[in-house]
Design a protein around this ligand. Structure first.
Ligand code: DON
Length: 606
């Protein structure tokens, strides 16, 4: 009841803010004020209205109040990219068009994760009920071998699967955006790449969020390629100060080739030549043949249900969709609302669901083209979740036992990836997550290209058979092979109700992604939070191995933590989790929430 009242209040306030967006209503209010006969009252009314118009010029997100709009919404990790997307929508583009333009813009304004040198997934749910997805995960080059990173003593030498030129896989982003546009876009391709070119060529204010990376670049000159320094430092030497204009002419030129030649402007021709020359010169593996062979693919998202909602999320090579639906299936049978949000008992049930879904992730999931027998349908089924639930003790934590699988290593992951949520005037929704893997990927820019390359090789299981309690995973489905896509946790998701998109959710955060998305869905569907409240609420993470739970700072009270630990759980890291830019569509209004965990994130609607 309380939740419903809160929601009603937020909605009232949101509608008020939305009303103020319409200039004809503003004009009407002002004219009305001028007509008030009593002079004192007239002056007071005009002053008050003017104050309102200036201080609340648009429906702006404020803490736990989402941005509201009725015709379109774009939420991303960089305000300039959100603006690019919203302009596309205003000019008659659809959600796919806006996603393409926004993703290219982020490749310029958010180099930590926005990219053309990485890969990702896009899930689409049309207002007309059409549901599809695009897989543009990177692929391993032809020259890889299963044990290429294993040294003579059986360990990985110099973290080479994560760092250095061998960590780079064949990028997928341009192919994915091109394919999605070919299938569903309505705007001219050129018009969608042009805004990113302008941002690269004319420059934009360098962000404070980039400062640690830039400082590190400036200090680490020996171990970095000059091409990276030239792309990110002024004259290859000096850190751009926050607010200083940063231009990227090489990136602009790469984007122009993409604008003019589409897919081929990246995978063939000058960009491909620059990239492969650099690879050949520095001992990398990617060849012209690797680039020419790369294709993105259109696939069906995996589907599940949760309390009358339809869940559409990414299928393998992402583990996200399957693990998300497994966990929701397990949790559906509990009365979570009565336990209370983030109570110890609630966190216990979440943790036990996470433990089971992540064990299955390690055991079964990888690139479907290399794992034809993956039990996708079984993992998604309700009877299977019933079995998993039956093994949960409601009072005591279960063990995480790697011996069941032989050998498992979950390497530590960075938190960089980025998520875009978009809804257009026809109710078409796009949920897109893409990544370079680490923050700034491999930190390698090939001479003359201006864009960062991924280090996605690190998402393969590097040592066959090596699985242990510290989290190393060496299971078969995700071993390295030529042309294979590495396992991912990215979970772009659309929740639908009555055949229409209801929630558009996703986030960065490595393996935490799946758990963040799940908790946001629970926050809305079980606890009736509005979109911003659901995104802001503290989250937890457990991934089977290592057997410890991650809390967010100030997320869970000490007494709740004590009750939780008394059940046998161990709390490990305390870290911020994800940047889950999300949209809710409810009663014809769009509610956008940029996660406040993101420095430059912005929800913009119109
Ligand atoms: O695909 C994956 O699961 C990882 N490469 C994603 C990495 C990530 O999310 C890191 N940061 N947020």
């Amino acid at each position: 009841m309380v939740a419903v009242q809160t929601y009603a209040f937020d909605r009232m306030l949101s509608c008020h803010l939305l009303t103020l967006n319409h200039s004809w209503i503003r004009s009407f209010i002002l004219i009305f004020c001028f007509l008030i006969p009593k002079r004192m009252l007239r002056y007071l009314s005009i002053t008050f209205s003017a104050f309102l118009f200036i201080t609340l010029p648009t429906s702006a997100q404020s803490g736990r109040i989402p941005v509201t709009a009725d015709s379109g919404m774009v939420v991303t990790s960089h305000h300039l990219a959100s603006e690019v997307g919203i302009e596309v929508l205003k000019n008659g583009g659809n959600a796919i068009d806006a996603a393409v333009a926004t993703a290219f813009a982020l490749a310029v304004t958010l180099p930590a994760a926005g990219n053309i040198g990485g890969g990702g997934f896009l899930v689409y749910h049309g207002g007309d009920g059409h549901v599809t997805a695009f897989n543009f995960r990177e692929k391993a080059p032809l020259a890889v071998t299963e044990t290429m990173f294993v040294g003579p003593d059986g360990t990985i030498v110099d973290n080479a699967n994560h760092e250095g030129i061998l960590s780079v896989c064949v990028p997928g982003t341009v192919a994915g955006l091109w394919l999605a546009h070919q299938r569903l876009g309505v705007s001219d391709w050129e018009d969608l790449v042009d805004p990113a070119i302008a941002l690269a060529m004319d420059g934009f204010p360098s962000s404070r969020a980039m400062q640690p990376f830039l400082t590190q670049l400036a200090e680490k000159s020996d171990s970095l390629y000059m091409s990276t320094r030239h792309a990110f430092l002024k004259d290859g030497e000096r850190v751009y100060e926050p607010g200083e204009t940063w231009k990227q002419p090489d990136l602009g030129a790469s984007l122009m080739r993409i604008r003019d030649e589409g897919h081929d402007g990246f995978y063939l021709g000058e960009t491909a030549r620059l990239l492969t020359d650099f690879m050949a010169q520095h001992g990398g593996l990617i060849t012209m043949e690797d680039l020419a062979l790369y294709t993105a693919e259109e696939v069906q998202p995996v589907h599940g249900t949760f309390h009358g909602h339809d869940i559409y999320a990414m299928r393998p090579p992402s583990s996200g969709g399957i693990a998300l639906i497994t966990m929701l299936n397990i949790l559906e049978a509990y009365d979570l609302e009565s336990l209370g949000h983030n109570s110890a008992q609630y966190l216990h049930l979440l943790t036990e669901s996470m433990r089971r879904a992540y064990a299955d992730r390690a055991e079964h999931i990888g690139d479907p083209n290399f794992n034809p027998d993956m039990p996708v349908d079984r993992l998604l089924s309700k009877p299977y979740a019933d079995q998993l639930r039956a093994s949960i003790d409601e009072d005591t934590a279960s063990p995480s036992d790697p011996s069941k699988l032989g050998h498992i290593y979950l390497h530590p992951e960075s938190e960089e990836t980025t998520h875009i949520s978009i809804v257009d005037a026809d109710g078409n929704a796009v949920s897109l997550t893409y990544t370079l893997e680490y923050s700034y990927g491999s930190q390698i820019v090939a001479d003359g290209t201006g864009f960062l390359l991924n280090n996605e090789m690190g998402d393969f299981n590097p040592i066959p058979g090596d699985t242990n309690i510290h989290g190393r995973i060496g299971t078969n489905p995700n071993l390295i092979a030529p042309q294979k896509r590495m396992l991912s946790s990215m979970t772009p998701t659309i929740v639908a109700k009555d055949g229409k998109p209801y929630l558009v959710v996703g986030t960065p955060g490595g393996r935490t992604i799946i758990n963040s998305v799940m908790q946001i869905i629970l926050n809305v569907t079980i606890f009736d939070m509005n979109m911003a409240q659901a995104v802001e609420a503290p989250r937890i993470h457990h991934q089977w191995l290592p057997n410890s739970t991650r809390f967010e700072p100030w997320g869970i009270s000490p007494d709740t933590r004590a009750l939780y630990e008394a059940k046998g759980h161990q709390v490990g890291a305390i870290r911020t989790q994800g940047r889950a830019h999300s949209i809710m569509i409810r009663d014809g209004l769009l509610y956008g929430a940029a996660d406040s965990r993101s420095y430059d994130g912005r929800a913009i609607g119109f």
